[in-house]
Design a protein around this ligand. Structure first.
Ligand code: AGP
Length: 612
């Protein structure tokens, strides 16, 4: 939701902090700010503003900050309109403490009342501001570390905070509960950040803080404790991917770069996961014992957004290959239901970021009921992975575009491979079938490259449809979730109303929408439901709907049904979502670009929804 960065060292902090929050802009970008300590004068200076980070950068160029200790923040508003007063950092009454925060303080109202009664003056409508005034209150009779510890123990909700004080100008203090916070270890300098890209330029030695932990950093020391003050020992993790992966590498947008990365991501993932000689499937961090997996009688998939659509595809795969009942539910519903799950239920949590609040809450609920939890996640060391019994990393590299693309396809690959792995563990695998499945999977990257070769035609087709007022996406069976995902891609980056539907449901309502002003995207690749899709297309044509079809190469019959056709290479029907995803992503991308939308940072959205 928001991005925070902290620095303490020997170099000028403002430049490091600015670069850091720029790398976190995908987490939120409606206001930003920075605070530095002028240690000579033992004074805190602050600059902040609504708008993107560029606005802050312009302010800093006119009124620069200086100092070797500081914090910075890029915001996605949850409480208080994005304006000057509500932008972070926030200060205490005497401007001796500055704080930035990512998360939501759920008990901020009673805390604010208490602090107002004690004479504290507030200057914003944010929930965050109660934190810095609590620290001020406790600092009167404690060290900064102790004051922060007493403060976080009063907070309810979620927070990742970074704090500096002119009274102890040699340190930055961080603490986390429910929102991510990492420590970067350098030479004569140390860092705090919400996510790795913010500090990867300066260090690859990262410590992922766990829930209920805080850290006191000076330029030479790093002291981690829990909220009761007990010391915590944590070895740093060395991050292997470099910062260039987080850059656009010549593409106009991160999203286009990430769409084009997919063949390589799939190739690398298959290479990492399948032993070439034996065909064995390898999940290094899948730590649920095989005998536990053999007891599984049903699978419950929880996720949000695109990850939920991946879960829906997973349902078809797991039910077909593992003959197990599979339910798929959005996390925000799952977490509040009277769940019927137990030790024989495997909960599979899918999340690109590993920080989605509803998915984390669902996992915690499931574990309370005795379920084993397997997470399929893209971010190493994220909160979800540290609360799961088994992990399957998707290794898609940093996904910066808010609209998920490569992470989705990597989630699908992980679900296919997990289905084959589970079938083998349960002793129900048809080895001959799996052998052919794996051979078909290995051909996917090349088939994706084939599709990417026709980006120019897809772009032209998309532009011809860029000004339709609304879209309907239709698919059947394993491509019904593809239709949902295609609609989500379009709506979230172009802001055009778009709805995904099971094509068989058309006559149960959506057909009333069809007329010449509506574009209908139909996924009609070679499959056992092909003829049914043709009937749907004919019904749409009879009502003058404007049809875009995704079909299989070599299908000449489809040309009788539709002029606007995007072809994908022939493939096993089970794997077709790995291919249909690409034209759906590209159509959404090119329509959004044509409409001048902010593709990588769509309005109102954030890359990771770390609050409810
Ligand atoms: C996808 O394009 C969206 N950005 C959004 O729906 C996303 O998939 C959802 O918020 C889940 O995020 P996660 O995978 O990080 O949990």
């Amino acid at each position: 939701m928001c991005g925070i960065v902290g620095y303490v060292g020997v170099r000028e902090a403002p430049l490091i902090l600015l670069k850091g929050i720029k790398r976190l802009e995908y987490r939120g970008y409606d206001s930003s700010g920075m605070a530095c300590i002028l240690s000579a004068k033992k004074k805190i200076s602050i600059r902040k503003s609504p708008g993107k980070i560029k606005v802050l950068e312009d302010i800093l160029s006119k009124r620069p900050l200086s100092g070797v200790v500081g914090i910075a923040h890029t915001r996605w508003a949850t409480h208080g309109f994005p304006n000057q007063a509500n932008a972070h950092p926030h200060l205490d009454c005497n401007s001796e403490i500055a704080l930035v925060h990512n998360g939501i303080i759920e008990n901020y109202t009673p805390l604010k009342k208490e602090l107002l009664k004690q004479g504290h003056k507030f200057s914003s409508q944010t929930d965050t501001e109660v934190i810095v005034h609590l620290i001020e209150k406790f600092l009167k009779c404690s060290s900064l570390e102790e004051a922060v510890r007493k403060t976080v123990r009063r907070l309810e909700g979620s927070f990742a905070i970074a704090v500096v004080s002119a009274r102890e100008p040699d340190k930055v203090i961080g603490a986390r509960l429910g929102s991510p916070l990492i420590v970067g270890l350098g030479k004569n300098e140390n860092f705090l950040a919400s996510d790795v890209p913010a500090i990867l330029d300066s260090t690859k030695e990262i410590i992922f803080l766990e829930e209920n932990e805080m850290v006191v950093l000076t330029k030479d020391t790093c002291k981690i404790t829990d909220f009761n003050g007990h010391a915590v020992q944590r070895k740093p993790t060395r991050i292997t991917w470099d910062i260039s992966l987080s850059q656009k590498q010549g593409y106009k947008h991160f999203m286009l770069k990430e769409i084009n990365e997919q063949p390589e991501i799939v190739e690398n993932l298959l290479g990492r996961r399948i032993n070439q000689e034996t065909g064995r499937i390898i999940f290094e961090e899948q730590n649920i014992p095989e005998e536990e997996l053999r007891k599984i009688r049903n699978i419950s998939i929880v996720a949000c957004g695109t990850a939920y659509h991946a879960g829906l595809v997973g349902k078809y795969i797991l039910e077909s290959v593992c003959s197990l009942p599979v339910s798929v539910e959005v996390s925000s519903e799952f977490r509040y239901r009277d769940l019927i799950i137990d030790q024989e239920t495997l909960v599979v949590a899918i999340s690109q970021s590993g920080e989605t609040a509803d998915t984390l809450a669902s996992v915690r609920q499931a574990k309370k009921l005795g379920a084993q939890v397997l997470s399929i996640c893209n971010v190493l060391g994220s909160t979800l992975t540290r609360e799961s019994d088994g992990i399957i990393y998707t290794h898609a590299g940093p996904e910066i575009g808010v609209a998920s693309t490569k992470a989705y396809v990597a989630q699908l690959i992980s679900l296919y491979l997990f289905a084959f792995y589970l079938a083998r563990v349960k002793g129900i695998a048809n080895e001959n079938k799996i052998k052919h499945y794996l051979e078909d999977l290995k051909k996917i990257p090349q088939k994706q490259r084939e599709i990417l070769k026709s980006q120019r035609q897809i772009s032209k087709l998309a532009q011809r449809h860029a000004y339709f007022g609304s879209f309907l996406y239709l698919g059947r069976h394993i491509n019904f979730p593809s239709a949902l995902e295609g609609a989500l891609k379009l709506k979230e980056i172009s802001y055009i109303p778009a709805e995904g539907y099971a094509a068989g449901e058309m006559k149960h309502g959506p057909i009333a929408l069809i007329d010449e002003y509506r574009a209908v995207v139909c996924i009609v690749c070679e499959s056992h439901v092909y003829e049914k899709m043709i009937s749907n297309i004919q019904e749409i044509r009879a009502r003058k709907g404007r049809i875009i079809v995704i079909a299989t190469e070599g299908d000449d019959k489809i040309k009788e049904q539709a002029k606007e056709v995007i072809y994908i290479p022939k493939t096993n029907e089970l794997f077709s979502p790995l291919l249909t995803a690409l034209p759906l992503q590209l159509v959404a991308y090119h329509i959004a670009v044509k409409r001048g939308a902010d593709v990588d940072q769509p309005r109102n959205l954030a890359k990771s929804v770390t609050v409810e």
